[in-house]
Design a protein around this ligand. Structure first.
Ligand code: MN
Length: 319
């Protein structure tokens, strides 16, 4: 079965210093292995894809990518350069690779223009956004211009985790909780709720948000979100749709990246429906054969498997 992975990372030597906070989370030997794989496009990566039966990787710059850049002008230059490089890699292997753009969100108007260039000129499928940009989240009013561009181009933004601006007090004294094991998921899920209650999907009802890691826990909590939204003081915030889950069912698409486990997949299928779940591995941080084997053997129907493996990606990303 044709299989397309949506969370497949790479890195360049030029941007290697940006990933230091992410690298510091991993065990040194594990990071060394991941670092080598991140820098490779057509050696180990293609062999691994062949071995795992992964036909296409939609490539994205590893978190936090351009977001770590403090100088907005440098962010604009670096984003364009890495997108150009990725376009070259894809052009050399057009049947195996596609791409999500890196955006210089430090300069929202430049980011919107870069998204348009990446989609219309470089043939990219959307953009990957790594959490906050110097403390600014995607519900920030200055970033509406980026959503406007994404909706006009009909491409998704893929929201990927990164280290937070600060450490939540509840995690103080527990550095083992910081990173992909726990804090990245709660941070990213909270970011999504900011988008809902910050009115992004009311302003752009057709915006498409992609989320990795089986939806960062959100598919599990739809009913409780709705029930407590009915109970809470809204503090002046009102939604155009009746319930928070209406947005998660309509605007949200999730990938299986980094989660090779049937119970959360079955929950996501029931909560969001098979049209909203796509495949991803989180390469090189998860093992490609483990991920493809999980997809092939998951206790789901064959039509749902085909949607997750490739049909949804073909439709959403026009692959
Ligand atoms: Mn990832």
């Amino acid at each position: 079965m044709r299989t397309i992975g949506l969370e497949e990372h790479f890195l360049t030597h030029e941007l290697a210093s940006h990933v230091a906070p992410s690298a510091a989370i991993a065990k040194p030997a594990v990071w060394e292995d991941a670092f080598r794989r991140l820098l490779d496009f057509t050696g180990e990566r293609l062999d691994g894809m062949d071995l795992a039966g992964l036909d296409v990787q939609v490539l994205s710059l590893m978190s936090p990518g351009i977001h770590a850049e403090t100088d907005p002008a440098a962010a604009v230059t670096k984003a364009a350069a890495v997108n150009d490089l990725l376009a070259t890699v894809i052009a050399e292997n057009p049947t195996r690779f596609a791409g999500f753009a890196a955006l210089p969100l430090q300069n929202p108007k430049a980011a919107a223009r870069e998204l348009e260039r990446a989609v219309t000129q470089l043939g990219f499928c959307g953009a990957m956004v790594n959490a906050h940009t110097q403390g600014r989240y995607l519900d920030d009013p200055t970033l509406r211009v980026v959503w406007e561009s994404a909706v006009a181009l009909d491409v998704p933004l893929y929201l990927h985790p990164a280290n937070g601006v600060d450490v939540a007090h509840v995690m103080s004294g527990h550095p083992e909780l910081i990173g992909p094991m726990w804090s990245w998921g709660t941070d990213t899920a909270s970011h999504v709720l900011r988008l809902i209650f910050g009115g992004v999907f009311d302003d752009f009802p057709e915006a498409k948000l992609l989320l990795g890691h089986m939806g960062e826990g959100l598919p599990y909590v739809l009913w409780r979100l709705d029930s407590r939204w009915g109970f809470h003081n809204h503090h002046g915030v009102e939604l155009a749709r009746e319930n928070p889950s209406d947005y998660l069912r309509h605007n949200l698409y999730i990938t299986t990246s980094g989660v090779c486990s049937a119970p959360p997949l079955l929950c996501a299928l029931l909560a969001l429906g098979p049209e909203h779940i796509l495949f991803g591995t989180d390469y090189p941080f998860e093992d490609m054969p483990t991920a493809t084997e999980f997809l092939r053997t998951a206790p789901i129907s064959e039509p749902d498997r085909a949607k997750i493996a490739h049909q949804n990606a073909e439709r959403l990303l026009r692959l």
